[in-house]
Write a protein that binds this ligand. Structure first.
Ligand code: NAD
Length: 313
């Protein structure tokens, strides 16, 4: 499409998709779109990342603009707010990818970033007649590979309706949280609670173990009692209590502590900006900030090692 025509989305045919950011999450998400029959042009700064997608059948582009040159939909899965800003708005705020896209293009950003950053990009897109959705995900790399992610979307009804069939290829649960930025707010509320639950569960198991209890027996008891929560159900932080979880695999894979820390920082920034009291979130942020100094690449359940350093080795 090179020139700035207006994109017409045809309800009956699959739109061409530009996919930007092919890391731990983006690569399997893009692969699922290819498997579902979408035509993809991909861009990443890393050659290794693009080669993987080339093998899977995507066209490798030389820039975000090149990737989007024949696309009606752009999806991005980038590390943090500064990367999203740089791709869409560029250095000057007006020389990024948005300025190159035809009116009517649908842009879906699935990175976890500050709601304020998502709204800034959404406003710029809206002035150019481009539909923007913030659509962060929950479900980790396992969910990205299985196509069972939860998408938490912020933006207009019309844009949401256009995005839904595409998101359904990569995810199982697709929520429309509200207007622009609402997806990011819901995502960080969830991850703030997850950080608190994981830190609290590790603390409770440690108290029991230090008082002579077997961690599995204690976990089974709490699982059937009022302390029950997601971490006890599917992601126990104590090694060998559960199979196929990072704690039983040297805390490899899963959701890195440094990403949990980024999300907790986003939650704290939002709380500060909006004058909301979040003392439990603040404590979890403090615990993860210290833990991440030496364990940033380990799964976030490795916060267990704060109580019992031997589990980390
Ligand atoms: P990642 O670091 O593995 O991948 C990011 C990719 O973006 C890399 O391949 C990098 O080369 C590329 N990139 C960076 N800047 C770029 C640019 N300017 N242009 C093109 N490509 C660029 O990160 P990830 O684990 O895939 O996470 C991506 C996002 O998803 C993050 O915001 C993260 O918080 C969120 N998230 C991650 C998980 C998880 O379990 N890993 C779960 C839910 C949400």
């Amino acid at each position: 499409m090179g020139t700035k025509d207006t994109v017409m989305m045809d309800n009956n045919s699959k739109p061409n998709i530009a996919f930007i950011g092919l890391g731990n999450m983006g690569a399997p998400m893009a692969e699922n779109l290819l498997k579902a029959g979408y035509t993809l042009s991909v861009f990443d700064l890393s050659d290794a990342a693009t080669q993987r997608l080339e093998k899977a059948g995507a066209r490798v582009a030389q820039s975000p603009k090149d990737a989007a040159s024949n696309a009606q939909v752009v999806i991005s899965m980038l590390p943090a707010g500064q990367h999203v800003h740089s791709v869409y708005l560029g250095d000057s705020g007006a020389n990024g990818l948005l300025a190159e896209l035809p009116k009517g293009t649908l842009v879906i950003d699935s990175s976890t970033i500050a709601a304020a950053d998502a709204r800034t990009v959404a406003d710029a897109a809206s002035h150019l007649g481009i539909d923007f959705l913030d659509a962060p995900v929950s479900g980790g790399t396992g969910g990205a590979i299985a196509g069972s992610l939860t998408f938490i979307v912020g933006g207009d009804d019309d844009a949401f309706a256009k995005a839904e069939p595409i998101l359904a290829v990569m995810g199982k649960n697709i929520f429309h949280a509200g207007e622009h930025g609402a997806g990011q707010v819901a995502k960080i509320c969830n991850n703030m609670l997850l950080g608190i639950l994981m830190a609290g569960t590790a603390e409770a198991i440690n108290l029991g173990v230090k008082n002579g209890l077997d961690p599995k027996v204690l976990s089974d008891i709490m699982l059937q009692s009022s302390g029950r929560n997601w971490t006890l159900e599917v992601y126990n932080p104590y090694p060998q209590v559960m199979e196929n979880v990072p704690s039983s695999n040297g805390y490899q894979g899963g959701f890195m502590s440094k990403l949990m820390q980024k999300d907790l920082n986003l939650a704290m920034q939002t709380a500060k900006d909006t004058h909301v009291d979040t003392p439990m979130g603040a404590k979890a942020t403090e615990l993860y900030a210290t833990h991440t100094l030496e364990n940033g690449d380990k799964d976030f359940s490795s916060i267990m090692g704060r109580h019992d350093a031997s589990v980390l080795f």
